[in-house]
Design a protein around this ligand. Structure first.
Ligand code: SF4
Length: 278
């Protein structure tokens, strides 16, 4: 069965980093003028050489955005259902070894949260849980996805990666979209930050978008935790390659990208590379 893994294996992390840093102003100008930008253009646009070209880049992005979506902004609101988690990730407060009060919402509490969200005029909701197979796994989702779905026009999830069959079942219960971030495409960094639990399985996570698309999920969100690896540009390039692969292989689904950034903070994990505002 096809998956992104063999494609990813052919992309050399160090080579990507070097090529991004060797891009020139001419490469950036060529990328900006390209009708159908691809991986080579992505390298130029992510490179330090692109910094003086932010304005034309933003203008082109704006033109494309207006063309595709009109003058519209969509809002969604995350609904945190549970902070239980059976993983240990260095950068997350939900990690199982953290001694915090754990809570999982029951039917009554979920409904009252839904009503509060609706009262704010928000009609799209993202269900969020930690990764805990037995307590907030498929049985929990089976019970509550239909309940939440009937309150909103669209429903997305950001939970543990599931099998294709389970995604197909949840789609039948009203699931429209799933966000699943790879965190980093650099395996040594991934190993360093994922210390315990199912999330240690890099490839299971990497192939989640494949399983989602095969299950017919309409909207799939990709991303990395920018700053986790020491080369945020290389990680962003990897997301772009993943997206291109997905669009090419599973054109029936729609895609979104997220850009969560690690920021320096006291007591937390320090970013290994800093993406600034520009
Ligand atoms: S799996 Fe998700 S919720 Fe659990 S500790 Fe890691 S980042 Fe946090």
């Amino acid at each position: 069965m096809t998956s992104f893994t063999p494609h990813w294996q052919r992309i050399q992390w160090d080579d990507v980093g070097m090529r991004i840093h060797s891009q020139t102003a001419r490469d950036v100008e060529r990328a900006l003028a390209a009708e159908n930008p691809g991986p080579a253009e992505m390298m130029a646009l992510l490179s330090p050489a692109a910094l003086p070209y932010l304005e034309p880049l933003a203008q082109r992005a704006q033109r494309l955005t207006r063309q595709r979506f009109g003058n519209a902004i969509n809002f969604y609101l995350p609904l945190y259902l549970s902070n239980l988690c059976a993983n240990d990730c260095t950068y997350c407060g939900f990690s199982m070894s953290n001694r915090i009060r754990r809570r999982t919402l029951d039917e009554q509490k979920i409904l009252s949260e839904c009503r509060a969200i609706r009262a704010k005029g928000i009609d799209n909701v993202l269900l969020v849980t930690g990764e805990h197979k037995s307590k907030v796994g498929i049985d929990y989702f089976r019970r509550y996805v239909p309940l939440v779905r009937q309150e909103f026009s669209s429903l997305m999830m950001e939970v543990q990666p599931l099998s294709q069959a389970k995604y197909a079942e949840l789609k039948g219960l009203g699931l429209d979209g799933v966000l699943v971030y790879q965190e980093t495409y650099h395996p040594p960094t991934y190993r360093h930050h994922h210390l315990r639990g199912q999330k240690q399985d890099f490839v299971w996570r990497l192939e989640t978008p494949d399983r989602l698309a095969r299950a017919g999920i309409d909207k799939i969100g990709l991303g990395v935790l920018i700053g986790l690896s020491d080369n945020w540009r290389a990680d962003c390039y990897m997301v772009a390659r993943h997206l291109l692969y997905m669009r090419h292989t599973y054109w029936q689904s729609r895609y979104s990208l997220s850009f969560p950034r690690l920021r320096p903070c006291t007591g937390g994990v320090m970013p290994a590379s800093l993406m600034d505002e520009a």
